[in-house]
Design a protein around this ligand. Structure first.
Ligand code: NI
Length: 141
């Protein structure tokens, strides 16, 4: 099995907030990340596809096609946006890194698996919120 990864970047603002809880709970739980006027991150996104390379092309997925799917489905909607307010597929989602990787996976899966080698699979969506804080949504082969 070969794993192919495309790495991309985007910048976005967000606020961690659970509207079902009190302001006090949110402040205590999320601290500075709950600040009412938002804050930003330079996100790094890694998307990994696994499969047996195609006999004719030698590819698991054409990286140009992977780049375009990530751009169209995630980056163009999130880059320089407010993740709480501006992104249709994140509506009503508290934009923690954990929730973001699950949402990105759902946005990417169908198009990537149509574009990759037969039997290939989107296996990981990994988001670096900072160099040290990372969340990954991973599925088994
Ligand atoms: Ni944050």
């Amino acid at each position: 099995m070969v794993y192919v990864t495309r790495k991309t970047h985007f910048n976005a603002a967000h606020r961690l907030h659970n509207p079902n809880k009190s302001d006090e709970w949110n402040q205590k739980t999320f601290g500075d990340c709950n600040h009412v006027n938002w804050h930003g991150h330079n996100y790094v996104l890694e998307v990994t596809v696994a499969g047996e390379p195609d006999v004719d092309t030698g590819y698991v997925i054409d990286l140009g096609r992977l780049k375009k799917i990530i751009q169209d489905n995630v980056i163009s909607k999130c880059d320089h946006r407010n993740l709480n307010l501006d992104v249709d597929f994140l509506k009503d989602i508290n934009p923690t890194s954990e929730n973001l990787v699950k949402a990105f996976y759902n946005e990417l899966k169908n198009d990537i698996e149509k574009a990759c080698v037969e039997g290939g699979k989107l296996v990981s969506v990994k988001l670096f919120e900072t160099e040290r804080n990372i969340a990954e949504y991973r599925v088994s082969i």
